[in-house]
Design a protein. Structure first.
Length: 256
């Protein structure tokens, strides 16, 4: 074969391959472009013009607390740990028995924490002179009007320490309240979307995506210390809890 013929065949073959690659590239490009555009303008949703209105709706519902959670306990001291523990357990048993007698279910009485601390000489702070035993109970009171009475009863039976007192509603009540707030939040979001659409001269129908978000707000109540527990026998304890709020937030996405 002559050198000229070889060069012609080689050049022709290169052109054929180049044209073929060009055609394949055009096919891939035509196929990929709509997908790339879909990702850029329509993330898995249906929008006529690839445009969206995103709005948030928030609503809160409130109700009076229906349960109170009280932390009460006993601190005892002794030169030896067993002595302090025995005295502590005796008083705790009396408190638990009294709480049950007042109508508190056993499942609503739980130990929140229990610990033993050494007590040191106040002058040297190096010599152990005894031990403190602390046993705290977490008591759920399901009749709000009895919350103060239960705290006073625990004090009368030997409780000399109290932590926080806070108020709540049952999980069922919270869920129902949240669902009400959620419906109202959606309505507020729809109103925002329609107002925005009207402002820019477009119309929106149903949201193409709804994203739920929530934030429950609880109302804590200040706790009591040793002084209040000591005074509980002299004056009845009463509470004035405010409303408990449950908030729901939704994000609505509309296409136009």
């Amino acid at each position: 074969m002559r050198l000229q013929d070889y060069r012609w065949i080689k050049t022709r073959g290169f052109l054929i391959i180049s044209v073929a690659l060009l055609i394949v590239g055009m096919v891939i490009g035509c196929t990929a472009t709509p997908m790339q555009q879909a990702v850029a303008t329509d993330p898995g949703q249906t929008s006529p013009n690839g445009k969206w209105i995103n709005v948030k709706g928030t609503a809160s519902k409130s109700m009076k607390p229906t349960i109170a959670v009280i932390d009460v306990g006993v601190v005892t001291q002794g030169e030896e740990i067993p002595t302090a523990q025995k005295e502590n357990q005796t008083k705790i048993d009396e408190i638990i028995s009294a709480l049950k007698g007042a109508g508190i279910d056993e499942k609503d009485i739980k130990t929140s924490h229990y610990y033993v601390n050494p007590r040191y000489d106040m002058e040297t702070y190096t010599t152990i002179i005894g031990y403190d035993v602390n046993h705290m109970l977490n008591v759920t009171v399901r009749e709000m009007d009895k919350a103060g009475d239960i705290l006073d009863l625990a004090s009368a039976k030997g409780a000399n320490q109290s932590g926080s007192v806070y108020f709540n509603i049952t999980p069922e009540e919270r869920e129902a309240l949240y669902n009400e707030a959620l419906q109202e939040a959606v309505g507020k979001g729809e109103a925002k979307a329609k107002a925005l659409a009207k402002t820019i001269g477009v119309t929106v129908d149903k949201p193409i995506q709804v994203i739920e978000g929530s934030q429950d707000q609880y109302m804590p109540y200040s706790g009591y210390g040793y002084e209040k527990m000591a005074m509980a026998e002299e004056a009845a304890t009463s509470f004035m809890p405010g409303d408990l709020n449950v908030t729901a937030t939704v994000t609505l996405i509309y296409g136009y």
